[in-house]
Design a binder for this molecule. Structure first.
Ligand code: ATP
Length: 601
């Protein structure tokens, strides 16, 4: 087997041991496969003895009766072999598929609960490849290579024993010549395998080039880049072709060499064995059986050497999967979590400092102190990079503060179950991520069992009902990956409706920075107005219209809270805020976007 996947191998086949834990539930399938394996190997080996009897007794005695009996036994063995092969193949492949499916699920189940910082250190694309490629590798290895290896180990020892049983002198000659036949085959085989990996690499290159060009087709065409892409693509295709030809040439040599060596070995055996037959030392049947077993022994050595590297690669794959499975979540949950009051909704940020784990030397939040009462609406403003989104990350407990504490209704988030923390919050990200699927599926993302009335209410609150009703398929309208097919404002309003549907006590809204048209902006302003008082709202604001709606405005700069109060008061007391307001108003009010660039650089 050579699927050409260029995955690092592991020298230690013991790394495959964790796969045994996944095998355990299917021990009866494994037992059935092993039983069938022993039966088929024994039947195959007994064919040599059958051949000997057939030639020596059936043919040489001239009795049709004996011939028919021998053929009858042969037919019976064939039936056994067929049934055994079916059972072995079916169960072994079944177990291979089942285990790789189980490992995939186990890895995903683990990953989806890991702390987000994990995915900053381990790229999601790399992980994605591990889940698919490494498990596929395991599946092929468990579903075929392991059984090939086991079958051939059985055949090797059985064949060897029968070889000696049939003729010890010839056996010694065969054993002595085995290295001369096998060594060049293994050496060539290695070269072929290496080349097929390179070939796979160059092919992957072809694929990724095509993928990137097609994904960004509008950029490609707008720069009239097609011809350059064509040439670059052709270049990659021909490199892949040249590597493939090198591999084919090596393979052709390998096949020819195997033929030559095997046939020469048979010629030598026939020559020596034939002389023995002529001199009456052995019977023709013995010679036939002997050649048969020699084939089996040589074949099994070849097969084992072929699958050994697969086993090593599978061990490497298993190592990487186990590494994923064993990576601990850094967001520890208490064994006996505290319970939040049903009608709470206040939050406290107490002397919180924070640095991202990927950049521990840069503190992005310093000694932040903040309290939000139930039902209060607080707008957070500040220049880009001030730490506004980071504050949301801390409130959602995607990260734990380096020092200080975040509390809901006075309870430290670290004393609560993560699910309870997030249940309490409705989150509308700046880029309102929608998933491929229907609008309905996206809305009910956080509450799959929402009723039609609840969905309607959320849509009305988010001012999204009107546009959804106007779509030809309404709620069943299918949006593409990332919500393609909807405008920025529509996506944001759907994201608000999605968050409201879970009836959160605290709503975190990261306002879109991209300029929405006046109408969308007005819709969002109205939906915020309607949400006011229903839950505590923290909103990262980029628009004056939003800022004016808030009960209180917090001004953040460089991870610090530098001012807090209502708009009019801040205009009077805070220079940063005042200069922003000045720019806004001299702008003639045409743009409602806060522009910090000119004030905070
Ligand atoms: P904007 O208005 O542009 O979204 P912001 O005020 O929300 O800005 P944050 O996203 O909170 O700012 O970022 C605060 C600082 O933290 C920035 O300097 C940013 O480079 C850094 N930062 C953000 N995310 C990470 C991360 N995952 N790892 C390391 N540093 C990060």
């Amino acid at each position: 087997m050579d699927d050409g996947l260029d995955r690092p191998t592991s020298r230690e086949l013991t790394s495959l041991r964790p796969a045994l834990a996944f095998l355990k539930p299917y021990r009866w399938h494994v037992a059935a496969a092993s039983f069938a394996l022993v039966i088929t190997a024994s039947v195959t080996l007994s064919i040599g003895q059958g051949m000997r009897l057939l030639i020596d007794q059936g043919l040489s005695s001239g009795s049709t009766d004996l011939l028919e009996r021998s053929i009858g036994i042969f037919a019976l063995l064939m039936v056994l072999l067929t049934i055994g092969t079916f059972i072995r193949f079916y169960f072994v492949s079944w177990v291979g598929e089942r285990i790789s499916a189980d490992i995939r699920s186990a890895v995903f189940r683990h990953l989806i609960r890991l702390h987000p910082a994990f995915f900053e250190r381990n790229l999601p694309t790399e992980i994605q490849s591990r889940i698919t490629t490494d498990t596929t590798l395991l599946q092929t290895v468990i579903g075929s290579s392991v059984s090939i290896a086991l079958r051939n180990v059985l055949m090797f020892f059985g064949g060897l024993a029968l070889l000696f049983y049939t003729n010890a002198k010839l056996s010694l000659i065969v054993i002595a010549s085995v290295p001369f036949v096998v060594a060049p085959v293994i050496a060539f085989g290695r070269r072929v395998r290496k080349l097929s990996r390179t070939s796979q690499d160059t092919l992957a290159n072809v694929g990724s080039y095509a993928g990137e060009s097609l994904r960004y087709i509008k950029v490609v065409q707008s720069f009239n880049h097609q011809q350059i892409d064509e040439l670059a693509f052709d270049e990659r295709v021909s490199i892949a072709f040249r590597v493939a030809v090198r591999r084919i040439r090596q393979r052709a040599w390998l096949i020819a060499l195997v033929m030559l060596l095997v046939l020469s070995a048979i010629a030598v055996m026939l020559w020596i064995g034939g002389q023995d037959v002529l001199s009456g030392q052995i019977s023709p049947g013995e010679l036939a059986a002997f050649i048969f077993y020699a084939f089996i022994v040589a074949g099994s050595v070849g097969a084992i050497s072929e699958v050994y590297s697969d086993l090593q690669r599978a061990a490497g794959a298993m190592e990487r999967l186990v590494e994923l499975l064993q990576s601990p979540s850094e967001l520890l949950e208490p064994s006996e979590p505290a319970v939040l009051p049903v009608d709470g909704g206040s939050l406290q940020v107490d002397a919180v400092s924070f640095a991202y784990p990927s950049r521990p030397e840069i503190e992005v939040v310093h000694e932040l102190q903040l309290t939000v009462e139930p039902g209060e609406m607080v707008a957070i403003v500040g220049p880009s990079g001030a730490g506004k989104s980071t504050l949301f990350d801390l409130l959602l407990r995607f990260y734990d503060p380096t020092s200080g504490s975040v509390r809901f209704d006075g309870i430290d988030l670290r004393e609560l179950a993560l699910a309870d923390v997030r249940d309490r919050i409705g989150f509308v990200p700046q880029d309102p991520v929608l998933f491929a699927g229907s609008i309905l599926a996206n809305l009910t993302y956080g509450k799959p069992n929402a009723t039609a009335v609840e969905i309607d209410r959320a849509l009305i609150l988010a001012h999204a009902k009107e546009f959804v009703d106007k779509l030809p398929d309404g709620l069943q309208t299918v949006v593409g990956e990332g919500g393609t097919g909807l405008s920025g404002g529509q996506k944001q309003r759907l994201a608000i409706a999605r968050a409201l549907l879970t009836e959160p006590k605290i709503l975190l809204l990261d306002e879109a920075t991209s300029a929405l048209d006046a109408e969308s902006e007005d819709h969002i302003r109205q939906s915020i107005a309607e949400m006011k008082g229903r839950c505590s709202i923290l909103i990262i604001a980029h628009r004056l219209s939003t800022v004016r709606q808030a009960d209180r405005i917090l001004v953040m700069e460089d991870g610090r809270l530098i001012a807090s109060g209502p708009h009019d008061q801040l205009v009077r007391n805070n220079e940063l805020y005042a200069s922003f307001a000045r720019i806004q108003f001299t702008d003639g009010g045409t743009s409602n976007n806060l522009s910090w660039r000119s004030t905070a650089g």
